[in-house]
Design a protein around this ligand. Structure first.
Ligand code: 2AM
Ligand code: CA
Length: 260
């Protein structure tokens, strides 16, 4: 199937998954390995639904999804799926959470979809064809650095990185307008794409947290990468920096100093 048509059909699947998680307002919760790392019955139900419904749309793709047992990117095409990004928010009914799917070919992001069922916003992009929110074109903003909004993810499960991570956030905060913390990295990145904020940093994210949004963000004219000296990949967890030109450069500088 052609990627633009696939984006439309897969987007409809993510919207249905959004209805599914909204229908489980008080999910049973279990802890995963690490601090503050949870999975709910809604994550599992959403993942099962996404695998069943996305699979037949593009049979050549394998799945790399958060709640699977094995996390191995296969050669060729892979769907990288997060059945709920912002699970802690979802559990606490602190609104921002989303469903994310990125389609990657040999390590390159080709298609991205992120659906926020609370705001009913579907962010989408196909490589080379622009970024959209509910079908309307979106673009990163051009805001002077001193007024820019910077979004920070605290990497709560990696307390050993708190000092370095907060040092990056402090340095950037002191140079820009203000700082936000939303709890869903996928939405933070899409908000940069939509021009609602200008930069993002988290010391460790997993590929399913950023795969879908990475394509959307780049198609909207912003940048995504990792700390200087490392290679950006969809294969394994890594620090993630994103933003418009000036903020991205500042993040590279600050992260290079404190985290490289
Ligand atoms: P999640 O809700 O899908 O787990 C919050 O700081 C951001 O970090 C969210 O996007 C969250 O995604 C992600 N996150 C939570 N636990 C994580 C972990 N153990 N490794 C990497 N990212 C994680
Ligand atoms: Ca998740």
């Amino acid at each position: 199937m052609e990627l633009q048509a696939l984006a439309l059909q897969a987007g409809a699947v993510l919207r249905e998954a959004g209805e599914l998680i909204r229908s489980i307002p008080h999910p049973a919760v279990t802890s995963k390995e690490g601090h503050a790392n949870f999975v709910t019955e809604a994550d599992v139900a959403s993942q099962t639904f996404l695998l069943e419904r996305l699979g037949p749309l593009f049979p050549q793709a394998r799945f790399f999804a958060e709640e699977q047992e094995e996390h191995q990117l296969a050669p060729g095409w892979n769907w990288i799926v997060d059945p709920i990004d912002g699970t802690t928010n979802f559990i606490r009914r602190y609104r921002p959470s989303a469903i994310s799917a990125g389609l990657v070919k040999d390590g390159e992001g080709m298609l991205g979809l992120v659906y926020d069922p609370w705001a009913n916003e579907l962010f989408s992009a196909v490589r080379g064809q622009g970024a959209f929110c509910n079908g309307n074109p979106i673009h990163a903003a051009e805001i002077p650095l001193e007024n820019a909004l910077f979004v920070f993810g605290t990497a709560p499960y990696h307390r050993d990185l708190a000092e370095a991570s907060f040092a990056v956030a402090k340095e950037v905060f002191l140079r820009c307008g203000d700082l936000r913390r939303c709890g869903s990295a996928a939405l933070d990145l899409c908000y940069i794409a939509a021009g609602r904020c200008d930069g993002f940093f988290e010391a460790v994210l997993s590929p399913w947290d950023y795969a879908g949004a990475s394509v959307i963000l780049q198609e909207a004219g912003a940048h995504i990468g990792t700390v200087p000296g490392r290679t950006f990949t969809y294969q394994e967890p890594q620090p993630i920096l994103a933003g418009t030109d000036a903020l991205f450069r500042l993040l590279q500088e600050a992260a290079g100093k404190h985290l490289a």
